[in-house]
Design a protein. Structure first.
Length: 202
């Protein structure tokens, strides 16, 4: 009889305790050794869980990183509410910068990007994560549209994608350093494009 899909939970406290321990152990291993050295065996030992349990539920390191991503997505993006779309976008961009300044988060996403080339689970996990994040953050843009600060036919999610793209490119592709000033520049560029009608609903 087939077992549950990797990362799925059986009801009950023990399942949640194991999941919590494994997520914490995966983070600890990334901190200590980085993505390149991440293994199911190391995580199982750190978590105090039988490696057969980890293999059965998460299958491999891709499953472990995907579980970490699920944990991260539970933390909703705090929406700025300054009344100014310029300040809101600046705060959102600074928030992206601070999230990915954490080397563990960066390693987790980089690992999934590498796996996504040949692993549909990783590709789907990344798609879902960024879709949820973009939709959450786009609420600030929608509020600005309703206040008359942006054209009525602006696509809120496209504005957020434009804001995040240069930051993700530096952080996850070229590994160039970024700081808050670069994050704010990305926000201002996205805002200028939105005001010019570039990010219209298609």
């Amino acid at each position: 009889m087939d077992g549950p899909d990797p990362g799925t939970q059986r009801p009950g406290g023990r399942t949640e305790r194991i999941r919590t321990a494994v997520v914490a152990a995966t983070r600890a291993e990334l901190v200590a050794h980085g993505y390149a050295a991440l293994t199911v065996e190391r995580v199982a030992e750190t978590a105090g869980v039988a490696k057969s349990t980890v293999y059965r539920r998460w299958r491999d390191t891709t499953g472990l990183l995907t579980e970490m991503l699920r944990e991260l997505v539970k933390n909703e993006v705090p929406l700025p509410a300054t009344g100014s779309i310029e300040e809101d976008l600046r705060e959102l961009a600074r928030g992206i910068f601070h999230v990915y300044a954490d080397p563990v988060t960066r390693d987790m996403v980089l690992g999934l990007i590498a796996a996504a080339v040949h692993e549909p689970r990783a590709a789907q996990a990344l798609h879902d994560f960024f879709h949820i994040r973009n939709v959450q953050a786009a609420e600030s843009v929608q509020q600005a549209i309703e206040r008359g600060q942006l054209p009525a036919d602006t696509d809120p999610v496209e504005v957020i994608r434009a804001l995040g793209a240069p930051l993700y490119y530096r952080l996850l592709v070229t590994h160039e350093p970024i700081d808050e000033s670069i994050a704010e520049h990305a926000a201002l560029a996205a805002l200028a494009a939105a005001r010019a009608g570039v990010h219209r609903i298609r």
